[in-house]
Structure formats: structure tokens, C-alpha cells
Ligand binder design. Structure first.
Ligand SMILES: [Zn+2]
Ligand SMILES: [Zn+2]
Length: 390
């Protein structure tokens, strides 16, 4: 392990910051105290601070030397609607909200990197520290891009990092191409005709639609996609009926679709429409499909992945960087930034063993032993990408 000394020296302070943030979680676009905490730390460090982008987003600016080159390093601020059950002394003080995805750790590591980089004064160029709101569900990263993140803060590349409890602490995993999936949602409403359940022939039973549609939708992945292309179609909600002896008018199915490639996403949506229309026609009823593309796939560019690999290797050693991890069908709104700029998103191992709770688990807690490692990665990446003449 080759920690940046200034980052390693911050370890105690970073643990304190992380636990403070953990105890005070705020959810999408309401990260006011969190954003204020970040802005205060950045000001103390002596950086230029911009607030209010996408509501609660914060951007810190570190300028060194005379180079016009610039890169962005991004963290996320938000927590989840989960009731915490860690029992930790720094457990959430906000009922029903919890930092169960480790964004408290991400924010802390980026603040630590800002502080260490400011102390070291070894970059020639500009580093933008981007703290985005609402990574979970609400696409705060997309809003930041729409509100001019890259116009106001021009940068040639942007980098992201997420803690990964499935991988051991002190490791990194990254790859060029897709690392996280596209996330879509759908709602199908089939409308038949209600009837007395004993006289079903007098109605058009939407339950028949549901029973066939759920199975038929599973044939998209198995029969319409190339076997080496990944896709998931999951029906996660079925709503219909109130009592024993009444055939309802309507059934509502909802769920999610995951994919890595645009043409796979297009195929899934097109086949869903075909199946929904076809089954509705079969049973003489109407059905609608609302299909909404939420987050695109998180796709790393080749050159920036090589840059991230170089930085990770410098910190933890080449044998502790996995360059061929299995991509996750989970999703990440950093994808919107990667649609606008080249960049690389990496997984920072934070696991302590097989029993480490997973992300979004009420017993999950960010592993503070990874703080100095993640901060060292950011510092190394910035200094390698914006090298000052020695
Ligand atoms: Zn999450
Ligand atoms: Zn997350």
C-alpha cells in the first residue's frame, strides 16, 4: 500500500467527518446541511466554492500552475429512505433515513483529497471537486449536467468512485466499457371488464392478461436477445382485485428493466409493446405500456480507464486492481456525466469479509479503513493527470 502521506495523516479527521455525515443523512435534493458541511470544509481548505447547482450540489475548485487543463472528481451527497439498524454510535439521528450506500464515505474521501491536494500543491491545472445531490433514484447528476456543470466548469474528463463491499478493502475494480447497467421502469395497465366471479363469461378478465404477460415478458431475454447480451426484465408489482368473488376491471403490472447496450434496451422496449398489445388482443381487452428510461448505462472510456488504472495501481499495487470485474446490473447516475464527458468510474473495495452487509442493507456502514485509500487514489489521479513540472 502506497498511501499519499498527506491523505494518510488526515485519517482521524476523515473518520470524524464521515461519522458526522453518517449521523445526519439527508435524501435527494434535500442535502442542505450536508452541502453546507461540504462548502465549509472546502472554504477552510482555501478553495473557491460554488453552491446551488442542481439545488444542493457543490463544486470546489483547486487551481495550480498555469495550465488550462482541468479534470473533475465526483462524489455523491445523498442518503436513502431506510431505517438504520447498525446500532453504531454514529447511527442515523434522522428517523427513516440512512447513509446505506456509503455516500457519506464518498463525500469524505473527496473532501480529504481536496485538503491533501491543497497542501501538496503539486498539480498544474484545475481540479473540480463535484459533490452531486440525489444519486439515488432522482438523477441529481443529470440535473447538474442539464444546469451547465460542464459549461461552467470545463473539464476534459470526469471520474467517479463507489465503495464496493463485495470486494476486499484495499482493492480497486474497473474496466473499460459498461460497468453498471441502464435502469428503466415500466407500468402496464390492462383494462378488461369486471364481472361476478361466478359468471366470468360476462366479463373480460384482466387476471388472464397478468398471468400470461408476466411469463411472456420473460421470453424477451431468452428469445429476443443475443445470448451474449445482458438484459433483465423484472415484474415487481401486481395490483388488482379486492375480494374473493369479483373479477376486477383492471390489473396494473410494474417493474424494471436493466441492460448495458442501447440496442438491447430498444429491443426490450419494442418487444414489451408487442407482447402487451398481443396479449390484450388475445383476450379482447386494452392495455397500455408506459416505459421510462431513467439512468443510462455507466460506460467508461478507454483512455480514462487506463488513467484510473495507473492511479489505483500506484496506491494499492497492480495485483490489487481487478481489471476484469463482472459488471453490475445495478445502475448509477454518474452515467449522465459519462455521456457528456469521457471518464472512468471505479469500485473501491470496502469489504471486511463474507459477512459485510451489502449496499442498501439497514446494517450496512461505510468501512472507514478505506477513507485514506480512496482519498489517496483521488490525489494520485489528479497529480498524474495534471502533473506539475518538477
Ligand atoms: Zn445506492
Ligand atoms: Zn451509491
Amino acid at each position: 500500500m502506497n498511501l499519499v502521506p498527506e491523505a494518510a495523516a488526515l485519517d482521524r479527521e476523515l473518520r470524524g467527518w464521515r461519522r458526522h455525515l453518517h449521523a445526519h443523512p439527508e435524501t435527494a435534493f434535500e442535502e442542505k446541511a450536508t452541502a453546507a458541511f461540504v462548502a465549509e470544509r472546502l472554504s477552510e481548505i482555501g478553495l473557491e466554492v460554488h453552491t446551488g447547482l442542481a439545488g444542493t450540489g457543490v463544486v470546489g475548485v483547486l487551481r495550480g500552475g498555469g495550465s488550462a487543463a482541468a479534470i473533475g472528481l465526483r462524489a455523491d451527497l445523498d442518503a436513502l429512505h431506510i431505517h438504520e439498524r447498525t446500532g453504531a454510535p454514529h447511527a442515523s439521528k434522522h428517523e427513516g433515513r440512512m447513509h446505506a450506500c456509503g455516500h457519506d464515505g464518498h463525500t469524505t474521501m473527496l473532501l480529504g483529497a481536496a485538503k491533501a491536494l491543497a497542501q501538496r500543491r503539486r498539480v498544474d491545472g484545475t481540479v473540480y471537486f463535484v459533490f452531486q445531490p440525489a444519486e439515488e433514484n432522482e438523477g441529481g447528476g443529470r440535473v447538474m449536467v442539464e444546469q451547465g456543470l460542464f459549461d461552467r466548469f470545463p473539464m476534459r474528463a470526469v471520474y467517479g468512485m463507489h465503495n464496493w463491499p463485495a470486494n476486499p478493502v484495499g482493492t480497486f475494480a474497473l474496466r473499460p466499457g459498461p460497468l453498471m447497467g441502464a435502469f428503466d421502469i415500466f407500468e402496464i395497465v390492462a383494462t378488461g371488464k369486471g364481472a361476478h366471479a361466478a359468471m366470468a363469461y360476462q366479463g373480460r378478465d384482466p387476471m388472464m392478461f397478468a398471468s400470461l404477460a408476466i411469463g411472456a415478458l420473460q421470453t424477451i431475454v431468452s428469445r429476443d436477445l443475443h445470448p451474449l447480451d445482458a438484459g433483465v426484465v423484472s415484474v415487481t408489482q401486481v395490483h388488482a382485485g379486492d375480494t374473493w368473488n369479483v373479477i376486477p376491471d383492471q390489473v396494473v403490472l410494474r417493474g424494471t428493466v436493466r441492460s448495458f447496450k442501447r440496442d438491447v434496451q430498444d429491443t426490450i422496449e419494442r418487444r414489451m409493446r408487442g407482447i402487451v398489445d398481443g396479449i390484450a388482443a388475445t383476450f379482447g381487452m386494452t392495455a397500455t405500456l408506459r416505459y421510462e428510461r431513467r439512468y443510462p448505462a455507466t460506460v467508461n472510456s478507454d483512455a480514462e480507464t487506463a488513467h484510473a488504472l495507473a492511479a489505483a495501481t500506484a496506491v494499492v499495487g497492480r495485483d490489487r486492481v481487478d481489471t476484469d470485474p463482472m459488471p453490475s446490473m445495478g445502475s448509477e447516475d454518474f452515467a449522465f456525466m459519462l455521456q457528456a464527458k469521457p471518464g472512468c468510474y471505479v469500485w473501491l473495495g470496502t469489504g471486511e469479509g463474507p459477512d459485510t452487509p451489502s449496499l442498501h442493507n439497514p446494517r450496512y456502514d461505510f468501512n472507514d479503513d478505506a477513507l485514506a485509500i480512496g482519498a489517496s487514489y483521488w490525489v494520485t489521479l489528479a497529480e498524474q493527470q495534471l502533473p506539475a513540472a518538477r
